[in-house]
Design a protein around this ligand. Structure first.
Ligand code: ADP
Ligand code: MG
Ligand code: MG
Length: 261
């Protein structure tokens, strides 16, 4: 069974800036189809404004984004029937583009709460305090995260690199089934990018899939995809193997955008 099967997806967003008042919508995804199987890494590339982040918002069920046609099936279930927090509990994790700061909530507490929310969803008791600490210690060590960072409020005053590491730690602890990475390379220097990519690569497994959204080919030197898709004007206009990313880097998106119009 496919992990995620997207068929002819159309989606729109409430367009508050349109000046057309309430109830104004803008169609962004215009017939997008994509099948992701367990174990696969798919890269989505495309120009700014193509709808890449909108796709991740629709999959995770972000408020304001509305499917108008097509289907979205995750592990054989209609995703539309699940609330955003249920989708997260079912293993869908979106990381990176805008990590939120949560003043007043320590990072350790935050992680424990997230883990326990998921356990509760599956009718399990809270994680044992010692087990939690052991798990956290092993993962922070792997990612080179200092203990004092774990005591600070979530993302508050974290550097770009620290925010990415914090997100990877969340992923490593929550063990999602579908990891959606939205432009994880933005704002990272090459060393931080390497560490972040390593953290992601360590999580590759036969029963987990990754949807890696990026603007630049560079990231895909580190997270090598099985498939590359070009998203332009709300549709996938070309799919291929990892070499397609190199071709894009060379030629740019113009040709594909023209084809989509
Ligand atoms: P990408 O991630 O590929 O750069 P996005 O999915 O963020 O593109 O955006 C696709 C298009 O939809 C853009 O033109 C963007 O301005 C528009 N858009 C996204 N969200 C909203 C919103 N909430 N209101 C109005 N327009 C939006
Ligand atoms: Mg963008
Ligand atoms: Mg985006």
């Amino acid at each position: 069974m496919a992990l995620l099967e997207i068929k002819d997806l159309h989606a729109r967003v409430e367009d508050e800036a349109s000046g057309r008042g309430e109830g104004a919508y803008r169609e962004i995804l215009k017939g997008l189809s994509l099948t992701i199987n367990p174990g696969e890494v798919h890269a989505i590339m495309g120009p700014n404004g193509a709808g890449k982040s909108t796709l991740s918002s629709v999959i995770t069920g972000k408020p304001g984004y509305e499917m108008t046609a097509g289907s979205l099936i995750y592990q054989g279930r209609d995703l539309c029937a699940l609330e955003p927090h249920e989708r997260a509990c079912e293993g869908i994790f979106l990381a990176f583009q805008y990590p939120v700061e949560i003043p007043g909530v320590g990072f350790t507490t935050f992680l424990k709460t997230a883990i326990n929310a998921r356990r509760k969803y599956f009718g399990q008791e809270d994680i044992d305090a010692m087990d939690f600490l052991k798990l956290m210690k092993s993962k922070t060590k792997l990612l080179g995260i200092a203990d004092d960072m774990m005591k600070r409020p979530v993302n508050v005053g974290f550097s770009g690199g620290e925010k990415k590491r914090a997100e990877i730690l969340q992923m490593a602890m929550l063990e999602p089934t579908l990891m959606i990475l939205d432009e994880m390379d933005s704002g990272l220097d090459i060393d931080a990018l390497r560490i972040a990519a390593q953290g992601v690569n360590d999580m590759r497994s036969p029963d987990r899939a990754i949807l890696c959204i990026t603007h630049y080919q560079r990231l895909l030197d580190y997270i090598v995809p099985d498939f590359v898709h070009v998203l332009a004007d709300g549709k996938i206009v070309k799919s291929g193997g990892k070499d397609l990313a190199l071709e894009l880097e060379e030629k740019g998106y113009a040709e594909f955008v023209a084809r989509a119009a």
